[in-house]
Design a protein around this ligand. Structure first.
Ligand SMILES: *Cc1c(COP(=O)(O)O)cnc(C)c1O
Length: 384
């Protein structure tokens, strides 16, 4: 027997194209946000089908700025989910507001629209100072954004989509980020499908929102450097508001441009791998595979499976068992309300808690071999 080879949970899909692209920027003399970022934004908005795209340093800041842009103020409340990476809730707090957690539904991992509607009917959103709804397309599975938008309209609430994981996911054949709502926010962290190391993007069809976030990501400067440098005469910029430094560097944007070109192929491969996994896992009666809702496409940012009560091992024991066999799996998505900063928020979120405890994420990345999938499935079959 040789040394056990580890199958990682995830792996960024970086090749010579990205390396060449980053190298070019490194030799160009212009490293931070500039012409490459403008190019990346244009390519990104073309890819998702939005009018505008504004690059920022990460998705947490994208969500924060978008919440400010739709009018969230200190003392307000934002309806969102707990069953998400903690950045979702943190972005609300950064804006000075408090999250109100709506439970998710089992199938899409997204906000339960029946509970959302019920909450708004039973509580006075004005009195509670609710000023936005922020649903999440968890792991690239499309949430019921259409119903959420209908409810939001009825209560005159803006919607910001946390699309951190959802690049290339689709609803009725249209990309998430087109956008369906006021703004959609993407992440380019290495755990997402498209990565720039770290990074984020805000897509919108509203000129007002785009101008708002664009101004604030770079200290409120009215003329960005790439425009100033094009002028033949010195141009003096002004600072119109108190802004932030949320720049994406041109090195990151160059990597993003190379990644974006590979998106169709990357998503097609992920779809094939997911289908192969699902076919093979059918033989295990105590595993339930996630399935995208009708007329939606998941980009399969992750491959989650539900462990049913009939399983020979409890989910945490199963993770340990997989680890011993060289397979890196992970518990399901976390819940913000079970972590220290949000524990005081009173919420009944049974589905969120069920999903966290009974879901595990299996290894899933772009050049995962079917041989390795076979090995994962074989190991699961033998679980005792
Ligand atoms: C990754 C992630 C974020 C945060 O993205 P960053 O770019 O790391 O700030 C926010 N929301 C969800 C759902 C995520 O998965």
């Amino acid at each position: 027997m040789g040394k056990i080879k580890r199958i990682p949970l995830a792996k960024p899909f970086i090749g010579q194209e990205e390396i060449r692209s980053a190298k070019e920027v490194l030799s160009s003399g212009w490293l931070t946000q500039g012409p490459k970022t403008v190019e990346f934004e244009k390519a990104f908005s073309k890819y998702v089908g939005s009018k505008y795209a504004c690059a920022v340093s990460n998705c947490t800041n994208a969500l924060f700025l978008s919440l400010l842009a739709v009018g969230v103020k200190p003392g307000d409340r934002v309806l969102t989910v707990s069953h998400s990476f903690i950045a979702t809730a943190n972005a609300v707090r950064h804006a000075g507001a408090e999250p109100i957690f709506i439970d998710v539904e089992n199938k899409s991992f997204g906000m339960d629209v029946v509970l959302l509607e019920k909450f708004l009917r039973k509580n006075n959103p004005r009195q509670l100072k609710i000023s936005a709804i922020m649903p999440v397309h968890q792991m690239g599975f499309v949430c019921d954004i259409e119903k959420i938008l209908i409810i939001a309209k009825k209560y005159h609430l803006p919607v910001v989509e946390d699309a951190a994981c959802a690049i290339g996911s689709e609803l009725h054949g249209q990309k998430i980020g087109k956008p369906h709502s006021d703004a959609a926010c993407f992440s380019f962290h290495p755990r997402k499908v498209l990565t720039t190391g770290d990074g984020g993007m805000i897509t919108t069809n509203s000129k007002k929102i785009d101008s708002f976030v664009r101004l604030r990501r770079i200290h409120g400067m009215n003329i960005p450097s790439e425009i100033r440098h094009k002028h033949r005469r010195p141009v003096i910029e002004k600072y119109l508001v108190t802004g932030y430094n949320f720049r994406l560097t041109d090195i990151q944007s160059a990597i993003g441009l190379a990644q974006l070109k590979k998106m169709p192929a990357m998503i097609a491969e992920r779809q094939k791998l997911a289908a192969y996994y699902k076919k093979k896992l059918k033989q295990i009666p105590w595993i339930h595979c996630a399935e995208p809702e009708a007329d939606t496409r998941s980009n399969w940012q992750s491959f989650p499976i539900q462990i049913l009560p009939s399983a020979p091992l409890k989910p945490l024991k199963l993770l340990q068992y997989l680890f011993i066999h060289g397979i890196q799996a992970k518990p399901g998505i976390m819940n913000a309300h079970e972590e220290a900063p949000y524990r005081k928020i009173h919420a009944s979120l049974p589905v969120s808690e069920y999903l966290k405890r009974n879901t595990i994420l299996l290894p899933f990345y772009n050049d995962l071999s079917t041989k390795n999938i076979d090995f994962v499935v074989r190991t699961l079959v033998r679980a005792r």
